[in-house]
Design a protein around this ligand. Structure first.
Ligand SMILES: *[C@@H]1O[C@H](CO)[C@@H](O)[C@H](O)[C@H]1NC(C)=O
Ligand SMILES: *[C@@H]1O[C@H](CO)[C@@H](O)[C@H](O)[C@H]1NC(C)=O
Length: 540
């Protein structure tokens, strides 16, 4: 690429920015490589606001993902390389996938193990598809003429994409769209302290009892070992197969990660000891763009209602129409007795026959606008993190029926902070639903939700500003920024890390001292002392 071409392109981008947004770009323009190998649309929804803002600020972006960004074609500095086949619209094929028969009722260690195996296979499949796409070669070639400054990626269920950071010598910013997976904590020296921190795969009501602490401890450590000796090895093997080089992606992650963005906030997930490298960006997807107008039928239903509204939505992945007939009947019977009106997200064409002044079934709803509407007083959710976050933002109490994955953790997070209740899918009956609704009518839930909403929304910097600051900091200072941020703790083995070497030594010295004191002091001391001497001299 010639210098002249580069300059004229920069001038074009600058002009375009001033025309479009009225703001000139920052003095330094970064060249960002963003690789999101996971297919889930909800994952990309968290990333998108950050990429949009980086593009708006004039940085050059190359984005490898499954999601066809609606604005990509209009932006000269946003290049997208799609992993999906042409014409395969991921935003519509990855919704309404999960029938309710696939709910996982308990969180036993065995369930967690199978969930890990499923995540692992999914991660490996994403890796295979990423490497088969040809985009990896494209960006490596591009790096030789116009070097990238930074790798933005997702930390979720695979790390094979980190080989790119190694080959291009780039600092990494990872993003976790759910609560951070336990196996990533060590990368940035974030304490996992399973005595009180509930990690991704579990969830417990209230303070952990001793047996819950044991389960929490075992799952956190087990997942770390599984990931290290199973997933990381598979990633390394894939990299070796593809590039013919030996790279340890775990080592790359530890030495080149500058920040990890977590889609969480302490007001929802709980306060915990922090790492300099962990940035809470929970709520980053709540942009003004996300707040859409209510369609006329919903607006009219809300206006005409003289009673509060309960909004039921179990997310974009779960197929609510697959609900068991007896559970549906129980929910309807319980709701009919309540002085409430119901807006229900129901994706199937065939809807339950119900009193249309009380029930409104909608295929899709602008969730954020609906949750923040003053007449909506309760949200019956499945505990997906985006919906839960939106409800916290709007300050609405929740009834949460978790179905799979991190939804159990999120449900307990809501319940443990007094913002709502968890009701298991298996437990749905007329009595349990009625009981839950009556309990949630206690004003303490609305009051807590509103109070926590204010804390959630009052940030020193908005989540987007924090994220952008970090990205631009790393663009400007590169691997040095990562080096300065990294905790020396990540290089130590666990024995030294927890000062067990010192503890052991002190323990041994104390034991020797105690032993000596017992044997060499007191009334019988001279006798035993002599006895000792005699025994010693005998030996010699
Ligand atoms: C909540 O309780 C109040 C009285 O305390 C009652 O008037 C109202 O109908 C109840 N609402 C629901 C949804 O049960
Ligand atoms: C509402 O909840 C609070 C706190 O849990 C409790 O003290 C109070 O008795 C409850 N009120 C009713 C009417 O159940």
């Amino acid at each position: 690429m010639t210098t002249w071409w580069r300059i004229s392109r920069s001038v074009l981008i600058a002009l375009w920015l001033i025309v479009i947004t009225g703001t000139p770009p920052p003095a330094f323009g970064g060249n960002v490589l963003a690789v999101y190998p996971h297919f889930g649309f909800s994952h990309f929804k968290v990333v998108m606001p950050i990429l949009n803002e980086l593009a708006r600020r004039g940085h050059q972006l190359t984005v490898i993902s499954y999601v066809n960004h609606p604005q990509a074609a209009e932006w000269p500095n946003y290049e997208q390389l799609l992993i999906s086949q042409a014409g395969e619209d991921q935003s519509s094929t990855t919704i309404n996938l999960v029938p309710l028969s696939e709910h996982t009722p308990t969180r036993s260690l065995l369930t967690l193990f199978w969930e890990y195996i499923a995540l692992h296979s999914e991660g490996q499949e994403s890796c295979e598809r990423l490497y088969a796409s040809g985009h990896v070669e494209t960006v490596l070639k591009r790096h030789q003429t116009k070097p990238y400054d930074l790798l933005l990626t997702e930390y979720f269920n695979s790390d094979c994409q980190l080989a790119l950071a190694k080959l291009m010598d780039l600092p990494i910013i990872g993003l976790s769209t759910c609560a951070l997976m336990p196996y990533y904590y060590d990368r940035i020296d974030l304490p996992d302290t399973p005595s009180f921190i509930q990690s991704e795969f579990v969830g417990f009501a209230g303070v952990l009892s001793w047996d819950e602490r044991l389960v929490n401890f075992i799952q956190a450590k087990m997942l770390k070992l599984l990931y290290k000796y199973h997933s990381i090895r598979a990633d390394n093997a894939l990299v070796r197969k593809h590039f013919g080089i030996d790279v340890d992606v775990d080592e790359v992650a530890r030495t080149q990660t500058a920040f990890i963005f977590g889609n969480q906030h302490y007001s929802l997930m709980g306060s915990r000891p922090q790492s300099r490298q962990f940035i809470e960006v929970g709520g980053v997807h709540l942009t003004s763009q996300a707040e859409q107008e209510l369609p006329p039928n919903i607006a009219q239903f809300l206006d005409q209602s003289e009673v509060p509204i309960i909004f039921i939505s179990w997310g974009s992945m779960v197929r609510i129409s697959s609900i068991d007939a007896d559970k549906l009947a129980a929910i309807v019977e319980a709701l009919e007795r309540q002085p409430l009106r119901v807006i229900w997200k129901w994706e199937a064409d065939e809807k339950p026959k119900m009193d249309s002044t009380k029930f409104l079934f909608v295929k899709w709803a602008p969730q954020l606008a609906l949750l923040c509407h003053p007449k909506v007083e309760l949200f019956w959710a499945h505990g997906g993190l985006l919906g839960t976050t939106e409800s916290v933002h709007c300050g609405k109490p929740m009834l949460v029926t978790p179905i799979y994955g991190d939804q159990f953790l999120n449900a307990f997070s809501v319940q443990n902070r007094g913002m709502g209740l968890k009701l298991d899918y298996e437990e749905i009956r007329v009595t349990s639903v009625t009981q839950a609704l009556n309990e949630l009518n206690n004003t303490s839930y609305a009051t807590r939700s509103l109070g926590i909403s204010k804390i959630f929304n009052q940030r020193e910097n908005s989540p987007l500003e924090s994220a952008i600051w970090c990205v631009e900091h790393v663009i400007q200072h590169g691997l040095l920024a990562a080096e300065m941020l990294q905790s020396p703790g990540i290089e130590l083995n666990w024995f030294v890390y927890h000062s067990l070497d010192s503890v052991c030594l002190i323990f041994v010295v104390l034991m020797v001292l105690a032993y000596s004191l017992c044997h060499f002091s007191g009334g019988s001391s001279s006798k035993s002392f002599n006895g000792n001497r005699r025994r010693k001299s005998k030996r010699s």
